[in-house]
Design a binder for this molecule. Structure first.
Ligand SMILES: [Zn+2]
Ligand SMILES: [Zn+2]
Length: 274
């Protein structure tokens, strides 16, 4: 049994958080694709940010929590920051939309537009995470939340208590079948509801690349929270299973191949059928 701290003894709650500079981890996956993550955000809320550079335009898929400025990093990673940059928010959950307001072109599905522009309040205190989400994480088998959603600060003196999620007015909307054209690459928008009503993924038919957002990643999929629906999610998984996928980049966790996609999908369909 751990000793109880006496008066004046530091507790975990009092211990100052270390500073993590840089805040973001950058992984160059190939000549045009970079994955950016936030290793000091709790695993449940640590989402992937993908940057795809193209001939005429670049594409940013999601924007993390918005704890630290993202645009300066993204612009440094782009061959020509003067080119247009499309920021696509796959769905308006806190861990995918936090820095969307920093970008000039902000796309989202119409069903997520209102939440992107005017999201429900979020803080970094785990106690403020809506109970329905906490229940959904537990139901999916995720690791428990800690008091704070971050375990480091993005800069010295940064105050976690002052952080609030910022909304971002969409500059346009995309529905199933829309195309995002980077000049030398074309991505099709897939409407992938179930985890949220208006979630979208991106599909590149020429290569079999799939950006699946929170419809498929290599971990417990969340299907029981507010705005979620298992039956709808199951239909989305059947749709993804039928695609001639070569590589999947999900909303969380490292990328994986088609065989692993089928394993993830089949495990969840079996679980939800029980
Ligand atoms: Zn989500
Ligand atoms: Zn997510």
């Amino acid at each position: 049994m751990p000793a109880t701290p006496g008066p004046g003894c530091p507790t975990m709650a009092d211990a100052p958080l270390p500073v993590a500079e840089p805040w973001y981890r950058v992984e160059r996956l190939d000549a045009r694709l970079t994955r950016i993550t936030e290793p000091h955000v709790h695993p449940i809320f640590s989402a992937n940010i993908h940057l795809v550079t193209g001939r005429d335009a670049d594409l940013l898929i999601d924007s993390g929590m918005g704890v630290a400025p993202l645009r300066p990093l993204v612009d440094r990673l782009r061959p020509d920051p003067a080119r247009p940059l499309i920021c696509l928010t796959t769905h308006a959950h806190v861990d995918h939309m936090g820095a969307a307001h920093e970008f000039d072109i902000r796309l989202v599905h119409p069903l997520e537009a209102e939440d992107l522009a005017d999201p429900a309040p979020w803080t970094l205190q785990a106690s403020s995470v809506p109970r329905a989400f906490v229940a959904a994480f537990a139901q999916a088998g995720c690791s428990a939340l800690r008091p704070l959603l971050i375990d480091a600060l993005p800069a010295p003196g940064w105050d976690p208590a002052a952080w609030r999620l910022r909304g971002a007015d969409p500059t346009g909307t995309v529905e199933d079948g829309a195309t995002l054209d980077l000049g030398d690459a074309r991505f099709e928008v897939l409407h992938l509801p179930g985890h949220s009503r208006g979630q979208v993924g991106l599909w590149e038919p020429a290569t079999g690349l799939l950006f699946a957002a929170d419809a498929a990643y290599d971990g417990p999929l969340i299907a029981d929270g507010p705005g979620m629906d298992r039956a709808t999610f199951s239909r989305t998984l059947h749709r993804l299973r039928a695609l001639p996928v070569t590589r999947v980049h999900g909303g969380h966790d490292p990328d994986f191949d088609r065989a692993r996609l089928h394993t993830v999908i089949d495990a969840h369909l079996a679980l939800w059928d029980q």
